[in-house]
Design a protein around this ligand. Structure first.
Ligand code: NAG
Ligand code: NAG
Length: 411
């Protein structure tokens, strides 16, 4: 056993990547092409060649990342990316209170400044931080990547989601994203455990409300995969700390978009018949193979301990284990804003996303405009499929549903 990230340092990283490029081009691509051509060899009967092929590519890329660390290299949250609309988001230590402050102190996590980025809807060029116009909605995008990879930079693959949502829903003129701190665990230098990303997400939300001047009702918080986890944690934090006498915490957003959310970071959905095991062939997530999920889990909880991934409502709200619940409203999701959840019908996280939906519906209600929770499961779709422009027709169908649902909420 080579362990996790054995080739994380140069020159081994470069050598291994070169080896993989050659091997993939000469050996894997021809093999993947051949076994993706006959429809009966594809993981799902409805899949076309392209999808069967690309899922294999993505899964292999995930494997390569377990050897060298994230490809491309993870973002640098102490530097602003050039050539895009970026600015520094000031930390807000005074807004970090209660149990999150206690955890931050215990885990030695500070509030620091981080990069923030703006992406305008196609064809417009809005000055950074311009005050909102009447009726303007804003999308606050929290990117996925298992809390250990990808970026808030507008060139990141996940930024496609914000651009597409703006394309279908016109009241949103711009998307704001943050370069929240990514977590690391051994064999890398452990860094930025929970609640680092949450503290950064609070700073970004404060920027939208108290610096740019958006009304909280006009903010739509969107998170894909781990970003969905962060979107729930941010909302929970804002809700739990409303009405404090010592500090004015901004009110929660007007709506949530949870897109293939990673809602159980613990092990409670790792059951024999769950999609965690039965859908490994139709998705690209590596889950427990090669220690990938164990690494991410360890990186996120850090010194807080693995037990937190099972029972902490900020970390694993969809855990099947009993969750310590101190929501002042008396329910894990009581008081949450309207929420749109999607899942891919072929994705490994499907079961835990269904659990999340069930828990949210119990507390918030559902159905035909009356309820607060809208759930859409695209049959045979993979994890975070909105990121991939080849994942049609499910991608367009979902974006239309999101736009319609957002429109119904502001009527
Ligand atoms: C991140 O950016 C800072 C500021 O530009 C620089 O000093 C530092 O070396 C960078 N870190 C990495 C890992 O590139
Ligand atoms: C798993 O599925 C099989 C076949 O559908 C069934 O016989 C078995 O009882 C299931 N096991 C569990 C633990 O649910």
């Amino acid at each position: 056993m080579l362990g996790y990230h054995p080739f994380r340092y140069q020159p081994f990283r470069g050598l291994y990547l070169t080896y993989q490029v050659v091997l993939t081009t000469l050996v894997w691509v021809p093999i993947w092409t051949l076994i993706s051509l006959p429809p009966f060899l594809r993981p799902r009967a409805s899949w076309d060649f392209r999808r069967a092929f690309w899922v294999r590519v993505l899964r292999h890329l995930g494997y390569v990342e377990t050897m060298v660390g994230s490809v491309p290299a993870p973002p640098n949250h102490t530097a602003l990316v050039e050539g895009v609309k970026g600015l520094w988001i000031e930390p807000v230590p005074h807004l970090i209170v209660g149990e999150i402050k206690e955890t931050a102190v215990a885990d030695n996590v500070q509030a620091i400044r981080i990069p923030g980025y703006w992406t305008d809807t196609k064809g417009s060029d809005i000055p950074i931080g311009q005050a909102p116009i009447l009726g303007e909605k804003v999308l606050y995008h929290l990117h996925g990547g298992g809390y250990v990879a990808l970026s808030g930079n507008p060139r990141d693959p996940t930024a496609a989601i914000g651009r597409q949502v703006m394309r279908y829903y016109k009241p949103i003129l711009r998307t704001f994203s943050i370069e929240y701190r990514l977590s690391q665990a051994l064999p890398n230098t452990p860094a930025n455990p929970f609640p680092a990303a949450l503290i950064d997400a609070i700073a970004g939300y404060n920027y939208l409300v108290n610096v740019v001047g958006f009304s909280q009702a006009d903010i739509i918080v969107q998170g894909d995969s781990a970003g969905g986890n962060l979107a729930i944690a941010l909302t929970r934090y804002l809700l739990d700390n409303q009405g404090r006498s010592d500090v004015d915490i901004p009110a929660p957003p007007g709506a949530l978009l949870l897109l293939s959310p990673w809602a159980d970071i613990g092990t409670s959905h790792e059951r024999p018949n769950s999609t965690f095991y039965t859908f490994t062939n139709s998705d690209y997530i590596l889950a427990d193979k090669y220690g990938d999920l164990a690494y991410k889990r360890a990186a996120i909880v850090g010194p807080f301990g693995l037990g937190a991934a099972e029972t902490n409502r900020y970390i694993s709200p969809a855990s099947l284990h009993p969750i310590a619940n101190s929501n002042t409203k008396g329910g894990l999701f009581k008081g949450f804003p309207r929420t749109f959840i999607n899942a891919g019908g072929a994705e490994m996280l499907r079961d835990q996303i269904r659990t999340l939906r069930k828990k949210m519906v119990e507390d918030m209600g559902e159905g035909e405009g009356k309820g607060q929770v809208e759930y859409y499961e695209a049959p045979d779709a993979i994890h975070d499929y909105l990121v991939f422009n080849w994942h049609e027709p499910e991608r367009t169908e979902t974006l239309k549903r999101i736009a319609e649902w957002l429109g119904a909420g502001s009527a």
